[in-house]
Design a binder for this molecule. Structure first.
Ligand SMILES: [Zn+2]
Length: 187
């Protein structure tokens, strides 16, 4: 096994919402939180890395017992555990401190939109849709991969698959959740 560890920064450039599925109070769509702070779940990032990696390697993936590089790294059916561990990405501490010095600013804001009837293109004024959005910020976490002799040759593809992530959350087509990912190999 060859353990590789990466420090990863996700620079969020436009506001995002990763729906928590909870609607509480007057907010219809909360963003996910960890210990009260907005975050980007590791599972969200892992799913995107997997999908990018699959496109890059054009793996001959089959349903069921499969020996392709995607399954060998990300886990598959049968006893094939995941060899990649993706942390939850939390708000970068320094950025948070700066924010507090400036104006104790909250990392989120509220976006109010009309629920549009897509067919008639008319706004239903009585139906406001309220979304909690996370402000642009830097989120950090680590990604750890246990390569073996076979999967080690996909190391560069995997690194590229991480860097290729360009959005998180909902509303990508409307410009929300645009990100740039920075990767530093530490082990
Ligand atoms: Zn496979």
């Amino acid at each position: 096994m060859f353990l590789k560890k990466y420090n990863v920064s996700i620079e969020v450039k436009t506001p995002f919402n990763i729906a928590s599925g909870e609607a509480d109070g007057y907010i219809h769509k909360r963003t996910v939180r960890l210990k009260g702070e907005p975050y980007i779940p590791g599972s969200t990032i892992k799913g995107k890395v997997r999908s990018n990696f699959y496109k890059l390697t054009l793996a001959n993936h089959i349903d069921g017992m499969c020996d392709c590089p995607v399954c060998n790294i990300f886990g598959g059916q049968g006893y094939k555990p995941s060899r990649i561990y993706v942390d939850d990405f939390v708000l970068n501490d320094t950025a948070k401190d700066e924010g507090q010095c400036r104006e104790k600013k909250a990392p989120v804001f509220i976006k109010v939109g009309n629920a549009i009837d897509r067919y008639k293109k008319t706004a239903k004024h009585e139906a406001l849709f309220i979304t909690e959005m996370v402000k642009p910020a830097v989120f950090t976490g680590t990604i750890t991969v246990y390569f073996d002799e076979d999967t080690l040759r996909y190391k560069q593809d995997l690194e590229l698959a991480i860097k290729m992530i360009d959005s998180v959350g909902n509303g990508r087509s409307r410009g929300y959740g645009r990100v740039k990912v920075y990767l530093e190999e530490v082990t």
